[in-house]
Design a protein around this ligand. Structure first.
Ligand code: NAD
Length: 336
């Protein structure tokens, strides 16, 4: 039996991970610690809230007493998703990113040591590697070169994890994944933002020339990667995950408009993000070789399923696109 502390389980990837694990492993119990920030949503796990193997704790990873109290109740393993996760918000105000992503990680690491957890998984991002030119891929050996306050805070957390593993022998692994898409993603991120706008016949804001390249992975493939790193990862190791699916933001926008049968006139070019990384692409052969992991979703299947999900879950979207969201949106892109 494993009792997992999953932090940030009410966010996009965390909620998909909790649902996946409860459905596929009857020997797992999950404690979800989430502060319910603007990005955390109890509705993301409404279908599992009555599961006897699931407990929700509302609490902040930057609060030492909360973290110790939760960890001390028989937690065997930690999967740390909780983070401030949106680059644009980190440019508006980096304070919460440093607090949650760096300090929160430190408190979790301290508690994981104190209570002797068997495995600690730090869910990180390929953005810690910085930006690539037209060719090449990030490997686990690529030096960290974060360019945004968000990626700098995630890189800081990664280095702390490595230091705790090296200094104290904490059995920790780090996963670094490319851009996720799928159900329950907060519609500030590109795919749910564009899909929900297009569904409502609203314009979609494309940064700069739209030629930035990202690798896209379906969230369920990321979840199976994190699970494999937890079960089979060697302490001290880093594992990259990606979808082998590079696209420019503009090509992706065209695909979404075409799939939804809407005109390209819905594109609104907006001023580029300051310091915008040009290209991310990831080599995940280590995860394939050492963890036996493979992405199961093609982009074509995944994006259709994702569009269908947002179209079918208009109430979930409407519950988010309220006052705070709209004022953030207007500040970032102008009126919708
Ligand atoms: P998200 O913003 O959707 O969810 C974050 C969750 O963390 C929310 O439920 C929020 O309430 C919670 N949280 C935030 N601050 C907290 C705090 N101080 N204490 C407790 N809970 C707190 O994020 P996501 O997209 O699901 O990303 C999850 C993790 O995966 C992050 O660590 C992110 O860096 C990483 N990641 C994301 C992507 C991606 O494409 N979204 C790719 C690679 C890695």
């Amino acid at each position: 039996m494993s009792t997992l502390l999953v932090t940030g389980g009410c966010g996009f990837i965390g909620s998909n991970f909790v649902r996946h694990l409860l459905a596929t492993d009857a020997a797992v119990t999950v404690v979800n610690l989430d502060a319910l920030t603007y990005a955390g949503n109890l509705a993301n796990l409404a279908d599992v809230e009555k599961n006897p193997r699931y407990t929700f704790v509302k609490g902040d990873v930057t609060d030492r007493d909360t973290v110790r109290a939760v960890m001390g109740k028989g937690i065997t393993d930690v999967i740390h998703f909780a983070a401030e996760s949106h680059v644009d918000r980190s440019i508006q105000d980096s304070g919460p990113f440093l607090r949650t992503n760096v300090l929160g990680t430190q408190l979790l690491l301290d508690a994981a040591r104190e209570f002797g957890v068997k495995k600690y998984v730090q869910v990180s991002t390929d953005e810690v590697y910085g930006s690539l030119g037209d060719t090449g891929l990030f490997t686990e050996e690529t030096p960290l070169h974060p360019n945004s306050p968000y990626s700098a805070s995630k890189a800081g957390a990664d280095m702390l994890v490595q230091a705790y593993q090296h200094t104290f022998g904490l059995p920790a692994v780090i996963t670094r994944c490319s851009n996720n898409y799928g159900p329950y993603q907060f519609p500030e991120k590109l795919i749910p933002l564009f899909v929900t706008n297009i569904l409502a016949d609203q314009q979609v804001p494309v940064y700069g020339d739209g030629q930035q390249v990202r690798d896209w992975i379906h969230v369920e493939d990321h979840c199976t990667g994190v699970e494999a790193a937890w079960r089979k990862g060697t302490p001290g190791e880093v594992y990259n995950f990606g979808g082998k699916c590079e696209k420019t933001n503009l090509d992706l926008t065209h695909t979404l408009l075409d799939l939804l049968g809407k005109p390209r006139s819905l594109i609104k070019y907006v001023k580029d993000r300051p310091g915008h990384d040009r290209r991310y692409a990831i080599d995940c052969t280590k995860a394939e070789r050492e963890l036996g992991w493979q992405p199961a979703w093609t982009f074509e299947r995944g994006i259709r399923a994702t569009i269908d999900w947002y179209a079918a879950n208009a109430t979930w979207v409407a519950g988010i696109k309220t006052k705070d969201y709209l004022s953030y949106y207007e500040k970032q892109y102008g009126k919708a």
